[in-house]
Design a protein. Structure first.
Length: 129
């Protein structure tokens, strides 16, 4: 889905953590239409932690299931160790209660199910300013 809207009044820097390439590309395109700067796209938890530490984005969009041994919840926890106030928004198809309880322990800004509601995502990002 291509999202059309007026751009955000500030240029938030966003890290996308998503192992499905087509979803990452679509999310990146829609974020750019919102006026965001995509600072990177990570497919593994290890990449996510490295990119977050090196680029210091304004917000991380974190999938739960990722390539490799580290899932999104563990990656978020490791990001929190180094940047306790970095906003994380989970964007996952795994929306069951158990997953949400585990994710909540990392103190996310929000938890969104897939497919993403880009209007709601834009509002969440705008509220970060």
């Amino acid at each position: 889905m291509i999202f059309s809207c007026p751009p955000l009044p500030w240029p938030p820097r966003v890290l996308i953590v998503e192992d499905e390439r087509i979803i990452a590309l679509a999310t990146s395109a829609n974020l750019k239409r919102m006026g965001c700067e995509v600072v990177g796209t990570a497919a593994t938890g290890e990449q996510a932690v490295e990119y977050a530490v090196n680029t210091k984005p304004d917000v991380v969009l974190m999938d739960i299931m990722l390539e490799g041994a580290m899932d999104g919840i563990e990656a978020a926890s490791r990001i929190r160790e180094r940047h306790p106030n970095m906003p994380i928004i989970y964007c996952s198809a795994y929306t069951d209660a158990g997953t949400r309880v585990l994710a909540a322990k990392t103190g996310p800004k929000a938890f969104m199910g897939k497919p993403l509601d880009y209007t709601a995502l834009k509002d969440l990002i705008d509220d970060l300013q």
